[in-house]
Design a protein around this ligand. Structure first.
Ligand code: MEV
Length: 421
């Protein structure tokens, strides 16, 4: 008989009790349960307060990308990621950029947009005008939700209203612009959007449904650029290859998605290490890449008059230094300490630089020796370890497999036997 996953009150149980039910459902062994509950630095108690229905924790590697010189300041970059090569590639690109002067960055103030959806309005344009006339009252109400944010110079600063046509008729969309300072801001913006809804209903005569932050954070952009001397990148041919790769991504959404994925490899790894909301960053980045109507690349690479390579990236970057997992996850706090950023703006700019570095490393490899070359040795090492190679011989086994072009578990096992004999 099929076991049922319909369990009432599952959320009320303790993690151990929940796991006992899962164990029974999925046929887990004692060892598997022990691994799940062996939560490491994130205690089961903290984990249980972070999300619902917790049974344990899931660890990922934390690596440090080095060589980053951004606005003439050195940074060590904590990265949490499961993919081999990313940390090495970021460090490698940062070294090339560093030898040519480093990254430079800029960012807009940390302003997020909160959207309030108004429907059932007879005269949308008149309703829009009425909402705009009530701007002061709406902003004051919004700011009364978060006096702390206002006291540090943030808060709701501006109000806009637009009419959109939809499949169910015209809608009035009111947008609050909230300076979130060092917070990512979702909580503050959502509370503000909810609090002003009654005023908006009153003055517009319509009905409010959704009141929520937009992840397309076009008012919270971070930009990074760098120039890499042609001799540092491998010569004119490599520069040309990267420029062609950039033009390919700019013109073709199928390539742009992968090009941007390369940049996001770096950005998301840092966002994750610091306990920030990586889904928000990912959503914002890809929506921004399509903002002109066709999905395109977030970065561009061009040749300077001297024949060197100049790259630029710009994307929304809604990250914070306070609130949520940033404060509760013990490793996130330490990751931020390693990063050493003082404001959310500085953090956003560092992330843009990391994205540009990661993108450069990928394009250089693709335009030069191909991506598999670098990937393979790390992949081979992983296979060697999975096949049971200890620290002492893992590198040797990996090297042999790469040389033989036989990166397989069975070959790894043979080599372990041979090398351990
Ligand atoms: C792999 O994780 C990322 C790349 O595919 C990025 C790119 O193609 O530019 C190598």
């Amino acid at each position: 008989m099929n076991k049922s996953s319909k369990i009432s009150g599952f959320y009320k149980l303790k993690p151990k009790e929940r796991l006992a039910l899962v164990k029974d459902f999925a046929g887990l062994t004692e060892e598997e349960c022990d691994l799940i509950q062996n939560t490491g630095s994130l205690s089961l108690e903290v984990a249980d307060h972070m999300i619902e229905n917790v049974v344990g924790a899931f660890s990922l590697p934390l690596g440090i990308a080095v060589n980053f010189l951004i606005n003439n300041r050195d940074y060590m970059i904590p990265m949490t990621i499961e993919e081999p090569s990313v940390v090495a590639a970021a460090s490698y690109a940062a070294k090339m950029v560093r030898d040519s002067g480093g990254f430079y960055t800029t960012s807009t103030p940390p302003v997020m947009i909160g959207q309030i959806q108004v429907v059932d309005i007879e005269d949308p344009e008149k309703a829009r005008q009425c909402v705009l006339e009530a701007k002061q009252e709406i902003l004051e109400k919004a700011n009364s939700q978060d006096p702390v944010l206002s006291s540090v110079g943030g808060g709701a600063k501006e109000l806009e209203a637009k009419i959109i046509s939809t499949t169910v008729g015209p809608m009035l969309i009111v947008e609050l612009h909230v300076d979130c300072r060092d917070a990512m801001g979702a909580n503050a913006v959502n509370s503000m959007a909810e609090s002003v809804a009654p005023i908006i209903e009153r003055v517009s005569g319509g009905r409010v449904y959704l009141r929520i932050i937009s992840n397309l954070a076009t008012k919270r952009l971070a930009k990074a650029w760098c120039t890499v001397a042609k001799e540092k990148i491998g010569g004119e041919e490599v520069v040309n290859g990267i420029i062609n790769a950039s033009a390919f991504a700019a013109a073709d959404p199928y390539r742009a998605a992968t090009h941007n994925k390369g940049a996001m490899n770096g950005i998301i790894a840092v966002v994750l290490a610091t306990g920030n909301d990586h889904r928000a960053i990912e959503a914002g980045a890809h929506a921004y890449a399509a903002i002109e109507g066709q999905y395109t690349s977030l970065s561009t690479w061009e040749k300077t008059d001297e024949g060197d390579l100049k790259g630029t990236i710009e994307l929304p970057m809604a990250v914070g230094l306070i609130g949520g997992a940033v404060r509760t996850h013990p490793i996130a706090k330490i990751a931020l300490k390693i990063l050493g950023v003082k404001t959310a703006n500085e953090f956003a700019e560092v992330l843009a630089a990391v994205g540009l570095a990661q993108n450069l490393a990928a394009l250089r490899a693709l335009a030069h020796e191909g991506i598999q070359h670098g990937h393979m040795s790390l992949h081979a090492r992983n296979i060697a370890i999975a096949a049971g190679a200890g620290e002492r011989i893992a590198d040797l086994v990996a090297e042999r497999m790469v040389k033989e072009r036989k990166i397989r578990m069975d070959r790894a096992k043979e080599l372990i036997k041979e090398l351990s004999a």
